[in-house]
Design a binder for this molecule. Structure first.
Ligand SMILES: NC(=O)c1ccc[n+]([C@@H]2O[C@H](COP(=O)([O-])OP(=O)(O)OC[C@H]3O[C@@H](n4cnc5c(N)ncnc54)[C@H](O)[C@@H]3O)[C@@H](O)[C@H]2O)c1
Length: 270
């Protein structure tokens, strides 16, 4: 195993499960000292022991909680080099059925979670002479919308893509040594089909429902292979090492993105 990240400190939100745990495992194997942050205390504690990481309980919807994560990371590890704003949820509902609290929950976790991470960690990365890297987890659904039931999810993931593209442009403009990229996963075997376990009780129930990706396999295309979190973690770590802007996990899924771009190009040439 190459030691690409020897001496580096990496923080991964949503690091107790799925893709986040896959990224954390891979970064640790490549020499990084890893902090995983998650809202689920028990899963966090056991994941931290399993991969030899530091676990810090964090709610990414709360700016103060994410600021405390950033401050505690630097206090305990001395620095931070890589930040993966990855925590997210994937329940589905038709837009017409969405309640205000549904919108609040999904935007708070999937979009504000990333915004909070950027604001808390950018100043820490700026303290490094050699900068660092921010990898935000979006989805293929951040590049191609239109699937019934995924509207709210797509809203948040398009936002994460736009946020990352603009952040990267601003960092380049400032000649910063900090880079930014966006992870664009296709289907990965994780616990995303049980997202409602983390819906805050204060929001009450709504229309957003847990859906196993297996159940909507027709829309995703049956030929699309599922990745393990470890495979997704490897792709993410390579993307961070190579400082890529776009880090897709499924090259086979470009068709949906290309079809959208073709339709836009056709509209502009009418
Ligand atoms: N699994 C897929 O097929 C897939 C595809 C595309 C994108 N993604 C994205 O990957 C990311 C990780 O999801 P996953 O598939 O690994 O799901 P997962 O449920 O296995 O992991 C998500 C983690 O985020 C944590 N979390 C939820 N709310 C939180 C909060 N408020 N604060 C802190 N942590 C919180 C959960 O406890 C969990 O540990 C998400 O952003 C998701 O949208 C997943």
């Amino acid at each position: 195993m190459s030691q690409d990240f020897a001496g580096k400190v990496a923080v991964i939100t949503g690091g107790a499960s799925g893709i986040g745990l896959g990224i954390a495992t891979e970064m640790a194997a490549r020499g990084a000292r890893v902090v995983i942050a998650d809202i689920e205390a028990d899963a966090l504690a056991s994941a931290a022991v399993t991969i030899g990481a530091t676990g810090i309980q964090t709610d990414v919807t709360d700016q103060d909680s994410v600021q405390a994560l950033a401050d505690e990371t630097v206090a305990r590890m001395g620095r931070v080099d890589v930040v993966c704003n990855n925590a997210g949820i994937g329940p589905m509902a038709m837009i017409a059925d969405m309640t205000p609290s549904d919108w609040r929950w999904i935007i708070d976790v999937n979009l504000y979670g990333v915004i909070h991470g950027i604001h808390a960690f950018l100043p820490k990365l700026r303290a490094n002479a050699d900068g660092g890297f921010i990898l935000n987890t979006a989805s293929i659904a951040g590049l191609a919308a239109g699937m019934p039931g995924l509207g709210a999810y797509c809203v948040t993931k398009f936002g994460v893509v736009a946020l990352t593209e603009c952040l990267r442009a601003e960092l380049v403009m400032a000649n910063s040594a900090i880079g930014a990229g966006v992870l664009l996963p296709g289907p990965v075997r994780s616990n995303i089909g049980k997202s409602k376990r983390n819906r805050p009780a204060t929001l009450g129930d709504g229309a957003l429902a847990d859906v196993e990706l297996d159940d909507v396999a027709e829309e995703f295309g049956r030929a699309i292979p599922w990745l393990s979190p470890q495979e997704a973690g490897r792709i993410a770590a390579d993307g961070i090492r190579d400082r890529h802007l776009y880090v897709p996990t499924h090259p086979q899924m470009f068709d949906a993105v290309g079809a959208r771009h073709d339709a836009i190009a056709a509209a502009f040439s009418r």
